[in-house]
Ligand binder design. Structure first.
Ligand code: FES
Ligand code: FES
Length: 159
């Protein structure tokens, strides 16, 4: 089947019920999304499909044919990070880093819909993503910073 990931079409040979996460990591060598619980309970495996966050550890790859999947690798590069990545770096919003790809993707999906979310909207959006290191306050600050960066970028574009 064909999968569209980060703007590229990949032909993959996987059983239809294989979790998307396994295909991303094992077949496409896209290792940003993490295997945490494998049970849909921690959010470490979150990617974006057609603008919505999805838990790739419990969602069969067959459901993604014809959909646009984005992983952290598709956001920005080391030299040119996306605002959400820039903000996480500037706020040093990672301890072990295991939860961060999932946090970033869920925050990115939120900010794509609303680049000025309230604190409670950010908290609600990230509620299902667990961080074992207790980095929550820095993660929240990073999402607020990313919102500011995105607002400034869109204001510049409007001039
Ligand atoms: S690894 Fe998917 S929710 Fe935990
Ligand atoms: S930074 Fe370690 S789990 Fe979140």
């Amino acid at each position: 089947m064909d999968l569209m990931v980060n703007g590229q079409t990949h032909s993959v040979n996987a059983a239809p019920d294989t979790p998307l996460l396994y295909v991303l990591r094992n077949d496409l060598q896209l290792n940003a999304a993490k295997f945490g619980c494998g049970l849909g309970q921690c959010g470490a495996c979150t990617v974006i499909a057609d603008g919505k966050p999805v838990l790739s550890c419990v969602t069969p790859v067959a459901l993604f044919e014809g959909r646009k999947i984005t992983t952290v690798e598709g956001l920005g590069t080391e030299d040119s990070p996306a605002p959400i990545q820039q903000a996480f770096i500037e706020e040093q919003a990672a301890q072990c880093g295991y939860c961060i790809a999932g946090m970033i993707m869920r925050a990115q999906a939120l900010l794509a819909q609303d680049n000025n979310p309230s604190d409670s909207a950010i908290r609600t959006a990230l509620q299902s993503n667990l961080c074992r290191c207790g980095t929550h306050m820095r993660i929240l600050k990073a999402v607020r910073r990313a919102a500011n960066l995105m607002q400034r970028a869109s204001a510049k574009g409007a001039i």
